[in-house]
Design a protein around this ligand. Sequence first.
Ligand SMILES: C[S@@+](CC[C@H](N)C(=O)[O-])C[C@H]1O[C@@H](n2cnc3c(N)ncnc32)[C@H](O)[C@@H]1O
Length: 280
Amino acid sequence: MSHTVQQWLQTARQQLAQFVPPDEASMEAQILLMHVLNVNRAWLIAHATDNLTDMSITKVESLLQRRLQGEPVAHILGSREFFGLALKVTPDTLIPRPDTETLVEAALAKVNGRMRVLDLGTGTGAIALAIARHAPHCEVIAVDASTGALAVAQENAQALHLNNVQCVQSNWFAALPAHRFDLIVSNPPYIETDDPHLLQGDLRFEPISALASGADGLQDIRQIIAEAPDYLNAGGWLMLEHGYNQAEAVQQLLNAQGLRTVETIKDLGGQPRVTIAQWP
Ligand SMILES: C[S@@+](CC[C@H](N)C(=O)[O-])C[C@H]1O[C@@H](n2cnc3c(N)ncnc32)[C@H](O)[C@@H]1O
């Protein structure tokens, strides 16, 4: 059966709307078709009445079926855009979230000259690579415990020609040389292990080691805050992304550890998302 661009988008949107909100359904249908045709959104609009070839329909239908089975769009495409960078994404990595751009902006606001920056739990490399791109004089170390994630981060750094990033496999600070940093950033796992959201939506397809962190979700944040003072230069900053309801607990942990200038920053949705603090 032949389909125009517009007809296919409409049918796909109806099917997707059975399990995602209507505006997302519309966007996802477009993203899948743009990927198969290798065109942009303006092309889809200008060519709405063009007929799709049988081969394009077969390809895009197979992607649509995967999405209808719940597979995240970023896994189907194998990439996700973050802070203007096209990043490879695999089932070994967290899919970078728009909320995390708040952490990158907070970090870039403190960058001043040639700083040494550490990104703990780098995943695709999202935070480290965004900082490396926008602060080319900084030396960035990107750490992850997962071999699979670190390989993706390395590949992304190479694809983006970012030579000021070094990827290191480490359990948080454990394998790092005895260097101090001017800026330590992290979006660590921070979901409670029994949170039912872990069994829903895209989270089902992401590594549990990237998401869950003990009964209260703060196990990794606690460890990072406890060890950070040994790796921060005087006046250096620690910046942590956390759950919308964890700001108070994170602030208390930072104060108890002797950090100062503690401040929480809201994400684009108005949720307290990133807490920053300075080592005396
Ligand atoms: C929430 S994901 C963040 C990924 C990426 N920074 C981002 O914002 O998209 C947390 C990352 O921490 C890593 N991780 C978990 N436990 C770790 C540990 N003990 N040491 C180092 N990295 C760890 C996971 O493999 C995962 O890549």
